[in-house]
Design a protein around this ligand. Structure first.
Ligand code: CO8
Length: 373
């Protein structure tokens, strides 16, 4: 059995982003129009008026300042409030594969590799654009990789759960170099008429190349991985293949992201901190062995609570950085995008933790150590 390293990571972002101010202006225009249209019902107490959203609330409650989006115009258009996506012919790369391929090629280019050097592709994201053929197999074909490809999905823990599958496959000799790619096209899954959640998500794709450590390349040795799930309905989407057969038909809102954010906050923070500390102790590691925690990027206040519990002290921003200001919540990709953006300053032997958490509930923790060639 060979140890496994992360050799490289790569990123794709859409060319445009949306600021909180733009999003709030659009939501408030929609809400004002809705209130006018429903003035009679609101007056008779049959409906509640929609209250305005605010930039101050969003930044204080979440740390989010902007998000990349595949189509800002469609989202901000108050008569549409969703991105516009052109259908593509079957022989063109689909949107998720296209985003994924850019992230994978970025990761390969950074270490002078080619798609043909890869013998496994796992595409793991909150939602898949279609059921089959797998997006991973489409990406495998587009980059010229050999071996196998498959799709998987564990909401916000999609990347970390896939990383463990890749590590195990390499350890067992089923592959030598695997790409885990997480294209998170989240903006079409958001309800832009819901003040509580209209600001939360952004689009991104991130890729991780893992390979046998005994090849002797520099990178990040995987010290240990651990996964945990516990059923909860507090973050939910009812979108699925049975929707078109359901009678009575569901309201479209039920097929979009909904959450009880307060409950999530309260339940997930202790669960994650306890799991990290237990995992750390089982690996004979101590909080002060960690130079950095690359935590899931849902909410800066959640990360503060978790990082403080893990370190057992006040900590500097650089010890648990957030990327929410630029990216917002990018679901399964967040902790890995954070790792990608904030790892240049590590010296050989320094250690850190990649940790995701979210819907399911699901938590994935991965300890890594910087190694030289
Ligand atoms: N503007 C102004 N005020 C607002 C707004 C707004 N936009 N929204 C709510 N308010 C108001 C509320 O009405 C409330 O006012 P009042 O007390 O008068 O009723 C007040 O602000 C406080 O509201 P909340 O209690 O809801 O606010 P919180 O401080 O709890 O913050 C958060 C809300 C930011 C949602 C916070 O609870 C949070 O981040 N929780 C954790 C969420 C989380 O981590 N979720 C994980 C989801 S990601 C995941 O698992 C992947 C799922 C798959 C994703 C698929 C892609 C779409």
């Amino acid at each position: 059995m060979s140890d496994v390293i992360i050799r490289s990571t790569g990123l794709w972002t859409p060319p445009h982003s949306i600021s909180n101010a733009q999003l709030v202006e659009s939501y408030n225009a929609y809400a004002a129009r809705w209130n006018e249209e429903h003035a009679g019902e609101i007056e008779r107490g049959e409906r509640e008026a929609k209250r305005p959203s605010s930039v101050e609330f969003i930044e204080k409650a979440s740390g989010i300042k902007s998000r990349y989006a595949i189509d800002p115009d469609g989202i901000l258009d108050t008569s549409r409030l969703r991105p516009k996506v052109e259908p593509r012919p079957d022989d063109a790369l689909c949107l998720m594969a296209e985003a994924g391929v850019v992230a994978v090629k970025d990761a390969l280019d950074r270490v002078g590799l080619d798609g043909s050097d890869v013998d496994g592709v796992i595409c793991s994201a909150t939602s898949m654009q279609r059921t089959y053929p797998c997006i991973a197999i489409e990406i495998q074909d587009a980059i010229g990789a050999t071996g196998f490809g498959f799709d998987m999905s564990v909401a916000c823990s999609s990347a970390t759960f896939a990383l463990q599958q890749a590590v195990n496959a390499i350890r067992c000799g089923q592959a030598n170099r695997i790409v885990v790619v997480t294209p998170e096209i989240t903006t079409p899954q958001l309800n832009y008429t819901d003040r509580d959640s209209h600001f939360i998500f952004g689009d991104v794709a991130v890729a991780v190349i893992l390979e046998r450590a005994d090849w002797g390349n520099p990178g990040w040795k995987i010290l240990s991985t651990r996964l945990k799930t516990q059923y909860s309905n507090n973050i939910r989407s009812n979108q699925g293949f049975l929707n078109r057969c359901e009678e009575p038909a569901r309201d479209e809102d039920e097929m979009l992201f909904v959450q009880n954010g307060r409950r999530v906050f309260k339940e997930v923070c202790p669960m994650v901190a306890e799991m990290i500390l237990q995992h750390m102790s089982d690996c004979s590691l101590k909080p002060d062995d960690m130079k950095r925690l690359w935590l899931h990027q849902a909410n800066s206040n959640m990360n503060r609570v978790i990082a403080q519990k893990v370190f057992g002290r006040e900590y500097a921003d650089g010890e648990a950085p957030t990327i929410l200001d630029e990216f917002a919540n990018t679901a399964g990709a967040g902790s890995v995008v954070c790792f990608h953006r904030h790892n240049d300053d590590f010296e050989t032997g320094e250690k850190g933790l990649i940790c995701s958490f979210g819907a399911g509930y699901s938590v994935g923790s991965i300890f890594v150590e910087r190694i030289a060639a």
